[in-house]
Design a protein. Structure first.
Length: 319
């Protein structure tokens, strides 16, 4: 069989924060200060997603930095349809595919699956990709996020929620969505940075790394569409491909590697007490025939994690 590049070997690696706030909403840094801060920490891409305001920051783009144009919209249950004695909220980050064709779209004003699903569709019709944000922080469960329509990605980790409220990890929610939605879903780690609100700094703690032929708006959006990226809070993934019936992954040293499908137990589990795993191989012939996808998860010796996007199995890949 031909080689399938899950992270393309050619091109560049571009570290990105896809959820960011500035002084245009409730962040403490100006857009210019955000650019300088993230560039100083090794980032090439930031999606500017201020609350309920769409602003094109293309003037910040140069040969070493790409500003993506986006917006975060929120629909709170206490304002738009209370269900319980605690507030729930749906937050969506929508990023324009082409900032030259911007149509502003704002929040759903009913807290129902039907209304939010319709809002996701409206974003798609107007040229946006849509990520569903921080389900744990939002106090939302499967009764909510399984009914929000065809959003493109879900935040598995949100750094601001982790340092401010201690609930930024949404791996269980992402795993459940994978099992139940039966469609491709992108795995997103973000900052949701505000640069501190009575807590430690909430930047540079969750990111994705795009593999793309160049640092351009079109190339990064294409890499998102192709799932040519991974999400991380620490470990680096150097490459991942399938060739001759074997999935291969190379990474920075980690303690554990798990490859999951929709079942309870991993398809593959590797462990090093010396935290020095850097290579994984999985024979696809060993994968249970009922498996719909393979989802690689890494954990380093400090408990930091990285996640590949799920690889959706095709019969040809098992040959």
């Amino acid at each position: 069989m031909s080689r399938i590049e899950l992270l393309p070997a050619s091109g560049g690696s571009y570290k990105a924060n896809l959820h960011c706030h500035t002084t245009l909403s409730d962040g403490r840094l100006t857009p210019e200060e955000v650019k300088a801060h993230y560039q100083a920490n090794g980032y090439s891409v930031v999606a500017f997603t201020d609350h309920n305001v769409l602003v094109d920051h293309s003037d910040l783009t140069d040969e070493r930095f790409l500003a993506l144009t986006g917006i975060e919209v929120d629909t709170d249950s206490f304002l738009y349809g209370k269900k319980h004695d605690f507030n729930q909220t749906c937050h969506l980050c929508a990023i324009l595919r082409d900032p030259a064709h911007a149509v502003a779209v704002y929040r759903a004003e009913r807290y129902t699956g039907e209304a939010i699903s319709a809002k996701v569709d409206e974003f798609h019709r107007n040229g946006y990709i849509v990520n569903y944000n921080h389900p744990t922080w939002s106090s939302e469960g499967p009764d909510e996020f399984l009914h929000y329509g065809a959003y493109d990605g879900m935040e598995i980790y949100n750094h601001s929620a982790e340092v401010e409220v201690n609930n930024g990890m949404s791996q269980n929610e992402f795993a459940l969505a994978l099992r139940m939605l039966h469609r491709p879903l992108r795995c997103i780690a973000t900052d949701d940075n505000h640069e501190g609100r009575g807590c430690e700094d909430d930047s540079c703690g969750g990111w994705v790394v795009f593999k793309a032929p160049e640092l351009s708006y079109r190339a990064i959006i294409q890499a998102y569409d192709d799932m040519s990226f991974y999400a991380s809070t620490g470990p680096d993934i150097h490459g991942c491909y399938i060739e001759d019936g074997t999935m291969v992954l190379d990474c920075s040293p980690v303690r554990r590697i798990h490859v999951m499908c929709q079942g309870i137990n991993p398809v593959l589990r590797l462990y090093s007490p010396d935290d020095n795993l850097t290579h994984m191989e999985l024979k696809l012939a060993s994968v249970p025939p009922e498996a719909r996808y393979l989802w690689v998860q890494l954990t380093d010796g400090k408990g930091r994690k990285a996640w590949m996007n799920p690889y959706y199995l095709r019969q040809a890949a098992r040959a």
